[in-house]
Design a protein around this ligand. Structure first.
Ligand code: NAD
Ligand code: UDP
Length: 387
């Protein structure tokens, strides 16, 4: 492997990385990248390992086998956590409950997972002078200022009323009974705590705010590799509908807007943070693709077209159906109206820009979904009829 240099031309020393939540969607892609392209070592922690099984097994069979270890543990209650952080140069914390269907139905688990359970991680990093890259969320911005303007106000079109800036935008959440915001609030408080550890105790940290990263291995397909009644994030919900040849469900008209970034682009940004601590420490970074903005309805229409292309199957005549948020998510759901990341800070500090268009990222992701799930879905659908 050619010697790696950082953005300032300095050689990069091989690191040991304690990755908490390594078995999740983002963790699996980060592990893949670190194993394939760097000399760094990963101590992966998670309660699940299915998404990184291909990197761990067969034991000893891969060129990277001696650089990745998996520790099956729950950070809520495991005394091994501090030792693993101490053994590492850098800790990356990805562990969280981060599925909107859980925010208002499992609010306590959501708050514990995103705030209380992250506390020991921050404490051990601070006490042992270890660098921390902590995953927060774009949801800490909450609603845009523009969403409070009259519907026909021309000001809604002014970027200052909706573009989300790390160091300027306020965090605007709904009332307490809208428990959707418990997630954002817990994430905001852990961000503030990490920031305070940096300010008062000199802890080296970087906070990442992902804006809808999507791609292969995101969440699960209900009834295939996850619970039948489970409600994953929108990519997996719509993939599930497409695989089942049923209409895609649009919550409250599908008018909310999102910007989607391809996981492989986003992982490049995380790599730059890992390998350029001098440029990344003390910063909060938006990581998203402002060029890929759509309404949820437009996303549904595009996914329908892309899926028809990659599967060769015609799309339904009525490809979408409306559903209320109360019916879909239960009481206490609310939504972020619009999420456009300002890219100034990450661009200036790390020179990162997203590359992949929404159509292209959906094409590769839905090709993966079709290849991975279409056969299993056919069998699952055929089974009840056979019984
Ligand atoms: P994910 O659910 O796929 O991964 C999280 C992983 O953490 C899971 O494998 C889970 O088993 C593990 N985990 C949770 N609690 C744990 C515990 N107590 N002990 C050990 N392991 C535990 O989610 P993801 O999409 O990979 O997200 C990772 C992080 O990024 C989260 O903090 C999330 O809030 C943040 N984020 C992601 C997105 C996105 O677009 N994917 C958007 C905003 C924020
Ligand atoms: N959504 C939808 N149908 C679904 C799943 C989600 O209309 O089957 C909407 C949801 O209400 C939200 C958007 O899609 O407006 C994105 O939801 P996701 O769960 O991916 O997470 P979020 O971006 O809200 O954190």
């Amino acid at each position: 492997m050619a010697a790696r240099v950082d953005l300032d031309g300095k050689p990069i020393k091989p690191l040991t990385i304690c990755m908490i939540g390594a078995g999740g969607f983002i963790g699996s892609h980060l592990c893949e990248k670190l194993m394939a392209e760097t000399p760094h070592k990963v101590l992966g922690l998670d309660v699940y390992s299915d998404k990184i099984k291909h990197l761990l097994e067969p034991a000893g069979a891969h060129p990277w086998s001696d650089r990745i270890q998996f520790h099956r543990l729950n950070i809520k209650n495991d005394s091994r956590l501090e030792g693993l952080i101490k053994m590492s140069d850098l800790t990356i914390n990805l562990a969280a409950i981060c599925t909107p269907a859980d925010y208002n139905t499992r609010p306590l688990d959501t708050i514990y997972s995103n705030f209380i359970d992250a506390l020991p991680v921050v404490k051990y990093c601070s006490e042992n002078n270890k660098r921390l890259i902590h995953f927060s969320t774009c949801e800490v911005y909450g609603k845009t200022i523009g969403s409070f303007l009259p519907k026909d106000s021309p000001l809604r079109k002014e970027p200052e009323y909706f573009v989300l800036k790390e160091d300027e935008s306020p965090c605007i959440f709904g009332p307490i009974e809208k428990q959707r915001w418990s997630y954002a609030c817990a994430k905001q408080l852990i961000e503030r705590l990490i920031y305070a550890e940096g300010a008062e105790n000199g802890m080296e940290f970087t906070i990442v705010r992902p804006f809808n990263w999507i791609g292969p291995r995101m969440d699960f397909i209900p009834g295939i590799d996850g619970p039948s009644e489970g409600v994953p994030r929108v990519l997996a919900c719509f993939s599930n509908n497409l695989l089942r040849h049923e209409p895609l469900k649009l919550v409250d008209g599908g008018v909310s807007q999102r910007t989607f970034v391809y996981i492989k682009d986003a992982i490049e940004a995380v790599m730059l943070m890992i390998e350029n601590p001098a440029r990344a420490n003390g910063h909060i970074f938006n990581v998203g693709n402002p060029n890929n903005e759509v309404t949820v309805r437009q996303l549904a229409e595009m996914m329908t077209d892309v899926y028809s292309k990659v599967s060769g199957e015609p799309s339904l005549e009525e490809p979408t159906v409306d559903v209320s948020s109360q019916e879909f998510y239960g009481v206490g759901y609310d939504d972020s109206d619009k999420r456009i990341p300002d890219m100034t800070i990450i661009n200036k500090q790390l020179g990162w820009d997203p590359k992949t268009s929404l159509w292209d990222l959906l094409e590769s992701t839905l090709t993966y979904q079709h290849r991975t799930y279409a056969e299993a879905m056919k069998q699952a659908i055929a089974k009840p009829a056979a019984n």
